[in-house]
Ligand binder design. Sequence first.
Ligand code: ATP
Ligand code: MG
Length: 415
Amino acid sequence: MLQSKLFPSTQKETPKDEVAANAVLLVRGGFVQKLMAGVYSFLPLGFRALKNIENIIREEMDAVGGQELLMPALHPKEIWAETGRFESMDDLYKFQDRQEKWLALGSTHEEVVTDIVRRHISSYKDLPLYFYQIQTKFRDELRAKSGLLRGREFLMKDLYSFHADEEDRKAYYEKVKAAYLKIFNRCGLKTLVAEASGGTFSKEYSHEFQAPTEAGEDLIVFCPAGDFNRNKEITDKKAGDDCPVCGKTLEDAKTIEVGNIFALGVKFSEAMGAGFLNEKGEKHPIIMGCYGIGLGRVLGAVAEIHRDEKGIIWPFEIAPFSAHLLAIGKNGEIFRRSGEIYRDLQKRGIKVLYDDREDVSAGRKFADADLIGSPYRLVVSEKTGDKIEVKKRSGGEAALLNSEKLPEIIARPTA
Ligand code: ATP
Ligand code: MG
């Protein structure tokens, strides 16, 4: 991509209507634009990062047997009334259409997916089933001040699993847990897996994937030995107490919940009459699990955690561009060489942003490269002679390389 064509230009000033660091940097870098509190457009750069996250999630969901589908955002009241959640869910957007029919905007899809399944399943032989979607959710959030972390409209990956017995559900749950750790790792997020209550979904339990950062709204009490992780909302333990498992001193950390998995039991299948006949011909409600990841929240968490005062430092796999090539100087030869390098890298499938702007100062180009945060910065200038200067956004010294070496070096993930 040529930077002269990239929309929009970066902005130097901190946006007046943003407080959260993730939103400040994402807006300044031209990744997103706010429409209103908790509602953002993804501009070309931000959309590239979002798509990268989406593809990682899709790969890992397919790897655990998930079948992708797409469910509607607009729901009739009746489907929510079946489980009582039309009344009990505080953050559900509800409204009437011109025929005065009540509708809701989907905040989650247990009801809709259970309705799909109950029309097709009759026997244990039809189970298990795993469905997921990557789809827009709506929630009437009261505190939508954290930029991308808490949207009122946001993209979620939600997976639902349907099982004939609890053992099978548990085994699949563990598989998804491992897949989630892989997803967050690939997105550059180290997460703690914390036990939490089932919330409104179930009396059983859930696990939250919590990324530590001061920007987090959650508080996790954990043992440094790794044998105890709980959300503060459910545990009466606090930092300084002894770990109930090994006796070590517990610590706490502010965190962002980037993912959450739930054992749903038969709560939805019982309420909605989603049953099957077991081997003995007896009717049973289907046992369910559900598993969510907020894509925008992952992106926002990455921006909170991987940054310095100059901008974002994208983890390699989700970076909009792996490399940012800067042509520095007034000399036509520099632009000619840079153009050659750009086309060569593109041919090799390397995602490169080329700052080909002729009327922009070197200072501005370097500042933009820091703000946009591509893992590798490549500079061609009079100083670099017939070589190219390569520097990682994550730190370390710059190196002068021959152009033949370049593709191999920058195809390697930065730490
Ligand atoms: P929170 O406690 O932060 O409000 P939640 O527990 O209500 O979140 P879930 O219903 O478990 O969220 O949703 C699954 C995932 O969707 C969450 O782990 C999070 O990554 C994401 N998510 C939930 N609410 C939002 C939101 N308002 N904006 C962006 N992402 C969200
Ligand atoms: Mg949750």
